[in-house]
Design a protein around this ligand. Structure first.
Ligand SMILES: [Cu+2]
Length: 660
């Protein structure tokens, strides 16, 4: 699950223009926007530098410590909502500092104006996510270990430079081994191929203590032949499809969206965005301009956590359950969007600024993509008596980023629609995690694996699930919101239902956090509404936004397992909490090496009321992945998602005014 890529790939400016004049213009524009303009603007390069300098020169800063995080310390919601353009911005940075040698973690807040440390707190018994700076030492420690070297030689591998070491967060650890900061190392055979994931050196996993830089153990479950080297990912691998003729997307008058700093306007929608190293793309202050009135819908929306539990019970597999946000960082491992392939030709691609492990800032080119696309039919009616057709074509605005967590690539798309609908479309692609096996064909030895599917010669892809937990801080027409669950049923037989056709929808108020732990239910077409009890449309209906689930999954990892305790958010599809700025990450702030119990499952214990409160919704979106050979050596995209649709928020079809 790790990125072995050198971050230096991203550091230099990527010049896509040839004209010097354009470069000068671009640089000037960059300098102009280098100042934060809004309380929610992410840290600028200068602010990251200041934060790191202030912290490094503080007496408490341990020598040689690394920065697991340097991000904007978001001001309180009240401060942000009260903010008026032009007033002085209070800017603070939040940092997590890892003293790897002494196995200590600290949290700090820096006042960027005063250039002083506002707080410095030791956080005992936690491990920040895996750092880029740990790749090199891990690889060095493992490849120097005699046990690992012997395991390679047993497989006929003596040129260790041909082996790619891949770091993994340790996942489930035996109690006796829970000492210090741990990483596991998988080994792949690189050879000359782009896709080393296609050639796992199966059976060998090293467990390493990163504080002492010692290998705790090397587990070798036995030699399995390497998969053949033909695992290339381009068309040369197979052949001869004709290139389709050009399909041009042109916007002769330009795009219909406007971007000013981090603020976006498009077709009555207004929102801000930022790239966060942990959550990836974050939407802020999503609102809809309705007849000149700006109506808030979401204060903040992002992926708060992910977990990918693998279903293979083998000794070297049973611990695997990657927390891609908390252990790795979806923004930190975002990959640059390639024009014309990752995004259509009319996309605008925007760089993002992050802090590296040493506290230096760097720019990830083309981190966020934003573009308009054809949205199919928006609405239509053909009047057959008069033969009159009235219809409109839909346009959509997509804002997205792509996180590449080792072998997997996730494109997270937020799709704005003209009818007031906001959709999330998570696109899963990349390479399935492979397990090396003896068989080169399924029929050779029966070839069935109880917890995986054969996808290629010597490769089984184990069954697994992906769970995303979206944190959706709704503010529908303001902060005082309530929640209702909607269930649709057949009406019972009786005098009121003589033809047995009755169909009723029941609304249930979800009064408190524990009552709001819910599962999807196809039988009752279950949805959930976030409503503002004090705002009505012209017919007296309560203003609300409904969360409409799409495909989803239930976890197969057992309820009493450590994964379920660590990732409590997968126990329910729908959760709600009363707004608390400290509650950001569904599996807790430190899921790496966690023993469970933190995050959502802990926050709802006090069962706070949710009626007419500032409500935060957490939606867990699962995918059950039973691998197919058609998904090898690289997976065609799988889409999963959900929608947020207005209900009573408007008094009629809000897209009635879309011009022909
Ligand atoms: Cu998958």
């Amino acid at each position: 699950m790790n990125s072995h890529r050198s971050r230096s790939d991203h550091r230099g400016p990527v010049l896509t223009f040839c004209s010097q004049a354009l470069i000068v213009l671009a640089l000037t524009a960059q300098n102009l926007v280098a100042q934060a303009q809004h309380p929610l603007d992410p840290l600028t390069e200068g602010e990251i530098k200041t934060a790191a300098r202030v912290l490094k020169s503080a007496p408490q800063f341990p020598s040689g410590a690394l920065f697991a995080t340097i991000v904007l310390k978001e001001p309180s919601k009240q401060e942000v909502l009260r903010y008026e353009p032009g007033t002085t911005l209070k800017r603070s940075a939040f940092a997590i500092i890892l003293d790897r040698k002494r196995n200590r973690t600290f949290e700090a807040i820096v006042d960027l104006r005063a250039q002083s440390v506002l707080s410095w707190t030791a956080v005992p018994e936690v491990q920040p996510g895996v750092l880029e700076a740990e790749d090199e030492p891990l690889s060095r420690i493992v490849t120097a270990d005699a046990r690992w070297q012997a395991a390679m030689r047993r497989r006929g591998i003596s040129d260790f430079a041909k082996v790619q070491i891949e770091a993994w967060a340790v996942g489930q650890v035996a109690p006796a081994q829970r000492k210090g900061r741990l990483l596991r190392a998988l080994s792949y055979y690189k050879g000359d191929s782009i896709n080393f994931y296609g050639r796992p050196i199966e059976g060998v996993v090293a467990l390493v203590n990163m504080n002492t830089e010692q290998v705790v153990e090397v587990v070798d479950t036995g030699v399995v032949p390497l998969a053949p080297s033909s695992q290339e990912l381009d068309e040369k691998a197979t052949g001869t499809r004709l290139r389709p003729r050009p399909l041009k997307i042109t916007q002769p008058e330009g795009a219909s969206f406007e971007i000013q700093g981090q603020a976006v306007r498009w077709q009555n929608w207004r929102f801000r965005y930022s790239m966060h190293p942990r959550e990836g793309l974050v939407l802020h202050m999503v609102s809809y301009e309705d007849a000149g009135r700006l109506r808030p819908i979401l204060y903040r929306a992002s992926i708060s956590e992910m977990v990918v539990p693998y279903g293979d019970t083998d000794q070297n597999w049973r611990w695997r359950s990657a927390f891609d946000a908390g252990e790795w960082g979806l923004g930190r491992l975002a990959s640059s969007i390639e024009p014309n392939t990752d995004a259509p030709e009319n996309a605008r691609l925007i760089d993002a600024t992050f802090a590296d492990d040493e506290g230096a800032s760097y720019t990830l080119p083309r981190a966020v993509g934003i573009y308009e696309r054809d949205g199919g039919l928006l609405w239509k009616h053909y009047e057959s008596y008069s033969e009159h057709n009235e219809s409109r074509r839909a346009r959509q605005l997509v804002i997205f980023f792509i996180a590449t967590i080792g072998n997997y690539d996730y494109a997270i798309n937020w799709v704005f629609n003209q009818d007031g609908t906001l959709e999330v479309d998570a696109a899963l692609t990349g390479i399935m995690l492979p397990r090396g096996v003896r068989e080169v064909k399924v029929d050779e030895h029966g070839g069935r694996y109880s917890s995986g599917h054969f996808v290629s010669a010597n490769i089984v892809a184990p069954h697994h699930q992906h769970f995303f937990c979206f944190r959706l801080d709704f503010d529908v027409d303001g902060q005082n919101n309530s929640l209702e669950e909607m269930n649709t049923h057949a009406m019972p037989a009786g005098p009121g239902n003589p033809a047995l056709n009755g169909m009723i929808m029941e609304e249930t108020l979800l009064r408190s956090e524990r009552q709001a732990q819910r599962q999807i239910n196809m039988q009752s077409a279950r949805t959930w509404a976030v409503l503002n009890p004090s705002v009505k449309n012209q017919y007296g209906q309560t203003s609300s936004y409904i969360l409409v689930p799409g495909a989803n999954a239930l976890p197969y990892v057992a309820p009493q397992s450590l994964v379920r305790r660590r990732a409590g958010f997968i126990n329910h599809h729908f959760w709600a909490t009363r707004y608390n700025p400290a509650e950001m990450y569904a599996a807790g702030a430190y899921p790496n090496q966690s023993r469970g119990g933190d995050g959502l499952s802990r926050w709802v214990v006090n069962n706070e009321p949710l009626v007419n409160q500032d409500v935060v919704v957490w939606y867990t979106l699962g995918v059950t992945h039973i691998p197919r050979p058609e998904e090898w050596p690289v997976m065609p995209v799988t889409h999963v998602g959900f929608k947020m649709i207005p209900a009573g928020f408007f008094s009629r079809n809000p897209a009635l005014d879309v011009p022909k």
